[in-house]
Design a protein around this ligand. Sequence first.
Ligand code: ADP
Ligand code: TRP
Length: 326
Amino acid sequence: MEKTILSGIQPSGKLHIGNYFGAMRQHIRMQEEGDAFYFIANYHSLTSVNEGKKLDRFTKDVVLDYLALGLDPEKCTFFAQSDVPQTTELAWILGCLTPVSLMEKGVSYKDKVAQGLSPNIGLFTYPILQAADILVYNSDLVPVGEDQKQNIEICRDLAGKLNFTYNEELLKIPEDYIVKSVAVVLGVDGRKMSKSYNNTIDIFDEGKTLKKRVMSIQTDSTPLEDPKDPETCNVFALIKLFADEIEQKDIAEKYKAGGYGYGHAKKELLALIKDYFADAREKRKQLEKNMDYVFDVLREGGKKARERAETVMEPIRSKTGLFRSF
Ligand code: ADP
Ligand code: TRP
């Protein structure tokens, strides 16, 4: 039987090239490899975005980004998390089996609070909602970056707990599937690219904004005429993501030969980024003019996702003794 692949991405701001190479590209590739479910994790974003208009805008942006970059609704089920209320229902049931001490071990909560996010209960129990996302579709594989490893372990733990408590295989325990194809993408300041560090180059940045971001990449102060080491340069690290092998070799030679400044490298990077996302940029503009189609995609995806979720929830309601009069 075809494996169910599931992953989600939060709509909490513009998506950047770290998100693309670290997560989205793999999602798009994997739609060819199984029965893929991809969703916009808008319930999760409520943990940090508390302005309705903003969350709505971010959600539509992520939908447009994914479709423009090649997610194909004919090949996968693409939907918004809030279109599947069974998710929060399962999250509550799982929460009633989750020891507080398990959440207290969560590194991501601590990281986010350290970065200035409000320490709300939603943020604290984020991994339980994520577990529900995964389990409510009987997922087999969950392609995520290394940073999500603990959340997937918690998910497996909670599925086991529910099955054990009710003495029945009500939830499928997903395989650990960490995508390792890309190391961490670095931001313009050389730290991990992240919207919380304000060091991103966004996928759909254009014109002056894109140029300004690329030109702001931090480099050392080796003079233009001196040879440079490409392997220690932030600009070259990004060039490697966009250039093919021949182009990479060619640029590396120029670094080593000297007479080639970081400004030159940045210009090459800028051209590479423009070229790499040119088709997606065009497609996104077309999609933006056709929002009816975009909503149809979400409606269809949501319907399919709800149907699947209901088949998992129905026996759980019955086994847990939850009363329903409709
Ligand atoms: P951010 O750090 O900007 O808030 P998220 O935590 O929302 O990004 O990450 C969404 C997805 O993108 C995750 O699967 C994560 O693994 C991936 N990702 C985010 N930043 C990077 C990066 N700099 N390099 C590689 N992958 C990344
Ligand atoms: N926590 C994930 C992230 O920040 C997003 C997410 C929410 C997710 N629910 C999920 C990923 C379920 C995979 C499966 O990137």
